[in-house]
Design a protein around this ligand. Structure first.
Ligand code: FE2
Length: 409
């Protein structure tokens, strides 16, 4: 008996020694249709493994879980921005892109000789239901890792983070790397598969935080080098992004004045809501809240503009709810409904930051729930309704919202 343990132990050890480490910053995200594509990316350089030589990418082997044979996927590599070392970037970004995948299917992949990693594509139909998790304002802290883990344990299809990811302010590359190391560690569903990250932009992704007077789109993108290096494949155009999951879910990822001015997106929002009239569950998400909880209604231009430009458009639409962030606590409000329906606004971003008190008198009047706490939203979509549970750092339920299907509202 002892002997067989020993042999097993030896085999396990030699296998572990043979296997290369999984890249410490491995991150999965979507640049296209979540049902049929996936993008994996990771950094190489000091502390993160050797950078591949010019022209030779790292090799990724992959297959559908059920398949017998492994296929090979070529990766591409580019310099990762290194604003403090202009001209000599220390880190490189490696990227593997999958196309033409099957919806609702599990895949395995290996980077070099790494252990097997898994991911799942989004289903085309809602079926028995889909769950995703949502939040904003993360940072690199024990408390951030904790609340992200609470979200990961809910077995979500993906995690949406509405801005202020690493607080790297477009220049602190070490902080940016530490953030993706943290995410890579916690982005595991209970079955071990990697949870894809859907990114939104916030002021702390951008040098100066907000659109500069007279700056072009290209000039503004240069002020958010890490965000566009990682997510420029999704944010290609000078407009917000609509991410559609089959025929049942759409996320409208708006920019609250960081790269794009708020008024420049209002017509897009109206058009894209109109185009998705038949989609049962549509959420808009952006960073600076229309209904702040810590700041006041007139604290900054973006708060006023989001409320004046976008709330009437949303109230006149069939949107399910809106995710806001930036004020670092849990506050759910219901809009006044002056332009149509009353819309739930789920805010205001606290995935591990120090939670602030509720001190906005105007929003308090519309407030349906508040907690001075970190939280992650767990959004469960079904054909007959949506349940949003806001969980705190210990997994405790801080708030719950039930939304009925459209015909029954
Ligand atoms: Fe912010």
């Amino acid at each position: 008996m002892k002997r067989s343990y020993l042999i097993f132990g030896f085999l396990l050890l030699s296998r572990l020694l043979q296997a290369e480490e999984v890249p410490k910053t491995l991150l999965l995200t979507w640049e296209g249709d979540p049902c049929t594509t996936m993008t994996a990316q990771w950094l190489r350089g000091p502390g993160l493994g050797d950078r591949p030589e010019e022209g030779t990418g790292e090799v990724v082997k992959w297959k559908e879980v059920q398949a017998a044979d492994w296929k090979t996927l070529k990766t591409s590599a580019s310099d990762f921005p290194d604003p403090e070392k202009l001209g000599m970037p220390r880190w490189g970004l490696v990227r593997a892109r999958w196309h033409d995948l099957k919806p609702d299917t599990e895949y395995l992949f290996k980077i070099g000789d790494s252990s097997e990693q898994g991911f799942r594509t989004a289903p085309e139909k809602l079926g028995a239901g889909v769950t995703f998790v949502e939040g904003g304002d993360v940072d690199v802290l024990k408390s951030s890792a904790q609340i992200l883990k609470v979200g990961a344990q809910e077995d979500p299809l993906f995690m949406s983070v509405g801005g202020d990811l690493a607080y790297a302010n477009g220049h602190d590359v070490a902080r940016e790397i530490a953030f993706w190391e943290q995410w890579s560690e916690v982005a595991r569903a209970p079955d071990g598969r990697i949870i894809p990250f859907v990114a939104g932009i916030g002021n702390h992704e951008v040098k100066g935080g907000y659109v500069q007077e007279g700056a072009t789109f290209a000039q503004m993108k240069e002020r958010a080098p890490f965000f566009y290096a990682l997510f420029g494949g999704l944010y290609r155009k000078e407009e917000p992004v609509a991410l559609d999951f089959g025929d049942y879910l759409s996320l409208l990822l708006m920019d609250s004045g960081h790269i794009l001015p708020i008024p420049s997106q209002t017509a897009w929002l109206k058009k894209n809501l109109e185009m998705r009239k038949s989609v049962p569950w549509v959420f808009a998400s952006w960073h600076v809240p229309a209904y702040p909880s810590f700041r006041t209604w007139k604290h900054q231009k973006e708060i006023v503009q989001a409320r004046e430009e976008w709330v009437p458009v949303l109230e006149a639409s069939q949107v399910t709810a809106v995710f806001n962030h930036h004020d670092h606590n849990l506050q759910r409000v219901e809009t006044e409904g002056k332009a149509g329906r009353k819309i739930p606004f789920l805010g205001n971003g606290a995935l591990g930051v120090e939670a602030r008190p509720q001190q906005c008198p105007e929003s308090k009047e519309l407030s349906k729930a508040f907690s001075q706490s970190d939280y992650v939203n767990v959004v469960q979509l079904r054909a007959d309704g949506v349940t949003v549970r806001s969980l705190g750092p210990k997994g405790e339920e801080l708030d719950r919202l039930e939304v009925k299907e459209r015909a029954a509202r």
